[in-house]
Design a protein around this ligand. Structure first.
Ligand code: URA
Length: 479
């Protein structure tokens, strides 16, 4: 089939039939061959196997020559996520971006580009859908003939089921489970993952004792002082309520909210440092609101402020430090003082752009002792770390980094939930509670304190290596 392009010449149309809705490998191979053969985006029609169309006579894509066409990692990460979007134009849009990158390797930096903007929005929607799946899948117990199996019904907006299988494998590793969705079902038997075609809600079992567990859990995390029905429905869209047993409990909980609030005030008076629920936080707005509600009051009028994490909210690599220092407290931003400047220098030497990272701290408020005019850093206690842990977990859940790098022992305790010896685990990949991968290295302030020049040089080089390894692994794991 031949098409006449607006600017004149006739070109052959190529048709690519991908094997699956989320077929990144198929898209990449076809796109490579097409770019190498100089086929412009207007001359390619992308379909998914099984879709019928009228394009008899169009040509398949050229085979890649293996000539090597490299693109920035940022594009690969974007493409791997965007292929899971429901928009049928996604493959063509990604190819158009690739076409741009062939001419301009810095095209991913052009913030004014409407195509890149659209792709970024699609990427966000996929991530948000994945986050909802993590938070709202609810298993029911059934017997599948071979024993107990947990089965959940979920209706994602995008083609994310395969992409998110790893999350559920890590989180529910010891269970046999199935997640049924209209497009695709996935099954875990404790060792292997398998797939079957889409199902209907009728295939999923109804109520059973697991529902009681969820209801009890939900009642225990329900905070009557925070009841805002509008916000609640925004964060837990009604669409998901029908599949979530605990939502049945909402009416009753609301009805008794006042009495429960009074009881909670009593209880919190009796507790020195209440820890907060780890119920999923589903948006940055909710996180900011909860952070202010829970930690806004300045303990003992220290004059300090909460220092929020900052950076790329889609980062592959997330850095967690100890706590804000004197300068961070003044600026209200993490890692801007001496340790931050050293960190920036080390990142630059490792070839890592800080703007690509999400940077935060385990403890969100500067803790110090006053010596004359100076505020001297005081080490956070385990209690301080636990107090803010829900917040760091929420940041990890929202960013979904490929890897979280803990800088120093406080951060390591925060992300692993355990006290770890840095020299024993440094550089190793660690499975984190609640999912995700972590790594531990030293805190940059350790490098500032080394008196001996030779040791300093050696330790800085080692720290740079750790940063490089963390960034490489983060890119691979986020893929
Ligand atoms: N040290 C940290 O751990 N975090 C900061 O933000 C600054 C110094």
């Amino acid at each position: 089939m031949t098409r006449i392009l607006p600017d004149g010449p006739q070109i052959d149309i190529h048709r690519v039939a991908l094997e699956r809705q989320d077929d990144f490998d198929g898209w990449r191979d076809a796109a490579r061959g097409l770019v190498e053969a100089g086929v412009p985006p207007e001359a390619v029609i992308w379909t998914v196997e099984g879709q019928t169309d009228e394009l008899f006579g169009s040509q398949p894509p050229p085979e890649p020559s293996g000539g090597g066409f490299s693109v920035p990692n940022a594009f690969i990460g974007l493409a791997k996520t965007v292929v899971c979007h429901r928009d049928p134009e996604r493959f063509g849009l990604l190819y158009a971006m690739l076409w741009k990158l062939r001419r301009n390797r810095r095209a991913m930096e052009d913030r004014a580009d409407p195509l890149l903007d659209r792709l970024r929005r699609m990427e966000k929607e996929v991530r948000r859908d994945a986050h909802k799946m993590h938070a709202f899948v609810r298993f029911r117990e059934m017997d599948d003939g071979n024993g107990e199996r947990m089965v959940a019904w979920f209706e994602p907006d995008n083609h994310i089921v395969r992409r998110e299988a790893g999350f559920f494998m890590r989180r529910f590793n010891n269970m046999r489970w199935s997640i049924l969705t209209p497009q695709l079902c996935i099954h875990w038997d404790g060792e292997t993952l398998s797939e079957s075609p889409g199902a209907t809600k009728a295939d999923a079992p109804g109520g059973d004792p697991v529902e009681e567990t969820w209801k009890t859990y939900y009642k225990s995390i329900f905070n009557p002082a925070r009841v805002k029905v509008k916000a609640m429905t925004a964060e837990m869209p009604k669409k998901y309520w029908k599949n979530m047993p605990e939502t049945e409990a909402i009416g009753e909980l609301l009805a008794t909210a006042q009495a429960r609030e009074a009881a909670m005030i009593e209880t919190s008076r009796a507790q020195e440092s209440p820890l907060f629920s780890t119920a999923p936080v589903s948006s940055w707005e909710e996180l900011a609101r909860l952070a202010r509600e829970r930690h806004g009051a300045d303990p003992s009028n220290s004059g300090t402020q909460l220092v929020f994490g900052e950076g790329n909210r889609n980062a592959k690599l997330m850095l967690v430090g100890e706590q804000p220092g004197d300068e961070e407290d003044t600026a209200g931003r993490p890692f801007v003082g001496p340790a931050g400047q050293l960190l920036d220098d080390m990142l630059e030497r490792a070839g890592i752009e800080r703007s690509n990272l999400y940077v935060t701290n385990a403890v969100k408020r500067f803790k110090f002792v006053q010596r004359g005019k100076k505020r001297i850093h005081a080490k956070p206690t385990t209690g301080d770390i636990e107090h803010y842990r829900w917040w760091v977990e929420a940041e990890r859940e929202l960013v979904q980094p490929g890897l979280t790098l803990a800088l120093g022992a406080t951060a390591a305790r925060s992300i692993t939930g355990k006290t770890v010896t840095i020299s024993k685990v440094r550089g190793e990949e660690l499975a984190l509670p609640g999912g995700g991968t972590g790594m531990v290295t030293i805190h940059p302030s350790y490098l500032l304190r080394l008196p001996d020049k030779a040791a300093r040089t050696e330790q800085r080089a080692r720290f740079i290596d750790d940063l490089k390894r963390a960034a490489d692994r983060a890119a691979a794991l986020a893929a």
